[in-house]
Design a protein around this ligand. Structure first.
Ligand code: ADP
Length: 209
């Protein structure tokens, strides 16, 4: 069973994923995999480098052959058609790699596995999941935790939150919601409850009669 997990910035995805892992359920992070598919030697990076080889300035590669994310971000930010092209190159590869990672974790005997993705719904990765778990915190707390963790002020944190999928929309698409507005201790208790539930669901699914 694959649990897709998402939430806005600083909602606690990484913290919650670690709490699940401590109970024996491992995770794959879609952001890590998105970085993997554009590492040197990957076909997606070669395609991207070729498309923008004739851009003004240094192009989209750093001197060491790695992707210059900032340069690429500027190009796709300015041109939605380029963004779509980039997604057509990267999304299928990210998806294929996620499937591989998830299958490997499932084969290693995990009771269920988590697919952690900030863009679970926006990217369509939720289709890979059997259930979707949304980590939810009130916006004021989300802004406070973003400002405390990242080097941004409150106004910047507020702007990042405003640019993401609205909280109500995310919640409307959830099968399960974990309220992470309390202490870490409370979060761990809620994770333990969900863990019990997911193990029950997994054993029901594996029954043959
Ligand atoms: P995300 O992965 O969703 O961006 P993180 O797991 O990095 O979020 O959490 C954001 C910040 O909030 C981190 O500094 C983390 O330590 C803190 N945090 C997460 N959950 C709690 C909690 N229940 N109580 C207090 N701080 C928390």
């Amino acid at each position: 069973m694959i649990i897709g997990m998402t939430g806005g910035i600083a909602s606690g995805k990484s913290t919650v994923a670690r709490a699940f892992a401590a109970l024996g359920a491992p995770w794959v992070d879609a952001d890590d995999v998105a970085r993997e598919v554009v590492e040197p030697g990957e076909p997606a990076l070669a395609e991207i480098a070729e498309r923008y080889a004739h851009e003004q300035g240094p192009g989209v590669l750093n001197d060491d052959g790695t992707l210059n994310r900032r340069a690429l971000r500027e190009i796709v930010f300015a041109d939605p058609a380029e963004r779509r092209w980039l997604e057509s190159v990267t999304h299928p590869r990210i998806r294929a790699r996620l499937v591989e990672h998830l299958a490997r974790l499932e084969a290693s005997g995990a009771p269920y596995v988590l697919l952690v993705s900030p863009l679970l719904f926006e990217s369509g990765q939720s289709e890979m999941a059997d259930r979707c778990l949304v980590i939810d915190v009130p916006e004021a707390l989300q802004i406070e935790r973003t400002a405390a963790r990242d080097d941004v002020d409150e106004a910047q944190a507020r702007a990042i939150v405003a640019a993401q999928m609205p909280r109500a929309e995310r919640l409307a698409r959830a099968d399960d919601v974990l309220d992470n507005g309390g202490s870490e201790e409370e979060m761990r208790r809620r994770v333990a409850e969900l863990d019990r539930r997911y193990r029950e669901l997994t054993s029901e699914r594996s029954k043959t009669c």
